[in-house]
Design a protein around this ligand. Structure first.
Ligand code: NAP
Length: 268
């Protein structure tokens, strides 16, 4: 892993075509527009009205979207639908080499899928902004942004894209997609499992809350707006998360075992 900076590279305004205009794409697009980039979008659902309000050209027709000569095609679909979405895109309609970037919360899977479908003359950049609407609501300064330059020939476009995040103050972390998935299973996936468990328990504030309990309720509430597609994708498409779920179960059983042993000791 390395903490990187490309501040010296000149940055330019990009034409960015977003695939999948759900909550996270909408959140990212506001900053991209503020920075002066030109956005287009396509999605399974019709976002024409919302896009018109934001100044984004929305394409219902994916061929017209691909022919629109974007510098970057930014994949923002759910993890679970990625393969289906990529398979449905007739990439032979691209007019010129394009940078394909993604923001999925797992990384080995989009890396493999993008290398499978992206034309040989186009570049591939895998990224994961490690924040969302809640943690990034007051700006992106100091928030982690992971990326791997999977196949980059056009350095100018790639560094202009990375500058979107760097110029907002993100902590730029260059690492392999494999390394990301290993670390994310032990951190982000664990956080989501705990948060989902707290949702199932339906924990609520009480009149006698400790600070630590308040932070658990906040963790639960921070999860309420995230889709089940996102959560399940973190598990299904990250081979390291499957081991982590077993570790969590083992750890819970150990804690339970220790309590029961103590109770039995006291009763002897
Ligand atoms: P999400 O539920 O993970 O993804 C929603 C997007 O996926 C929408 O654009 C939706 O299209 C599309 N989609 C879902 N099923 C589809 C299908 N069968 N066919 C075509 N499109 C489909 O929610 P999200 O929070 O917006 O996340 C988007 C991506 O960003 C995910 O890969 C996620 O891992 C990543 N990410 C999210 C966050 C975050 O805080 N939310 C942070 C970092 C990275 P329609 O809206 O058109 O139906």
């Amino acid at each position: 892993m390395s903490i990187s900076s490309s501040e010296s590279a000149p940055s330019r305004n990009l034409k960015i075509g977003i695939v999948g205009f759900g909550p996270f794409a909408q959140f990212l697009s506001k900053t991209m527009i503020k920075q002066g980039h030109i956005l287009t979008a396509t999605s399974r659902s019709d976002y024409s009205e919302l896009c018109a309000k934001l100044g984004i050209s929305f394409f219902k027709d994916v061929i017209a979207f691909l022919e629109a000569e974007n510098d970057v095609i930014l994949i923002c679909t759910s993890i679970i639908s990625l393969q289906q979405v990529l398979n449905s895109m007739p990439l032979q309609h691209l007019k010129r080499p394009t940078l394909f970037a993604d923001v999925l919360s797992v990384k080995e899977h989009p890396r493999t899928e993008l290398l499978r479908v992206v034309p040989e003359d186009s570049d591939v950049l895998c990224t994961h902004p490690m924040y969302g609407e809640e943690s990034g609501k007051d700006g992106w300064k100091g928030l982690n942004f992971m990326f791997e330059r999977v196949r980059i020939r056009d350095e100018a476009i790639c560094s202009s894209f990375l500058q979107i995040f760097e110029s907002e103050g993100c902590r730029m972390l260059e690492m392999s997609c494999e390394e990301h998935d290993k670390l994310a299973a032990k951190s982000q996936f664990l956080t989501h499992v705990i948060a989902r468990t707290l949702v199932e328990l339906d924990i609520q504030y009480t009149p006698i809350d400790t600070k630590r309990f308040e932070s658990l309720v906040k963790l639960k509430e921070g999860n309420m707006n995230l889709s089940f597609d996102l959560f399940s994708g973190l598990f299904v498409k990250n081979r390291f998360a499957q081991q982590e779920l077993q570790n969590i179960e083992l750890a819970f059983n150990k804690v339970k075992q220790k309590l029961i042993e103590k109770m039995n000791e006291d009763q002897d």
